[in-house]
Design a protein. Structure first.
Length: 146
């Protein structure tokens, strides 16, 4: 893991890398590059590389003025799972959420992402809600750290 490099995207190629990972793991909610840039204004986005190889990305939705809840979403490409990259992305997101004052930590997983659901449950998250977004056929699962 010494070659892992995690950073906030700040150039178009890095935003495109974040977009690629997101869209591969969440094919029901494909984001444009403009939507990724807009998200980067509201959320803390990171991308992860092993050397020069893209392995994953993450999103931290920080707590807002009216809630002490943050959402931490690590994503790792299938070929790179089980190697600790998700652990690193999750730990970074959790630490930053706590630094921003989060008292409640949540995550969200597309129900078809069995690896992501297992990862969340292994880390102490419990399901709070399943729902379909308009036009979707695959449910989303909201989970809360217990």
């Amino acid at each position: 893991m010494s070659d892992i490099r995690i950073k906030q995207p700040d150039a178009d190629t890095e935003f495109e890398d974040w977009q690629y990972v997101h869209n591969v793991i969440i094919p029901t909610h494909v984001l444009s590059l403009d939507e990724v840039r807009e998200r980067a204004q509201r959320h803390h986005l990171e991308i992860a590389y092993l050397g020069d190889v893209l392995v994953g990305c993450s999103t931290l939705r920080p707590p807002t003025d009216d809630t002490s809840t943050a959402t931490v979403i690590p994503r790792v490409l299938a070929d790179h799972r089980g190697q600790g990259f998700g652990e690193e992305l999750y730990a970074r997101g959790l630490k930053r959420a706590r630094e921003l004052g989060a008292e409640v930590i949540e995550t969200v997983v597309l129900s078809s992402n069995e690896d992501g659901l297992r990862f969340a449950q292994k880390h102490g998250f419990v399901e709070t809600e399943r729902y379909l977004l308009p036009g979707d056929t695959i449910p989303w699962i909201d989970l809360r750290l217990s």
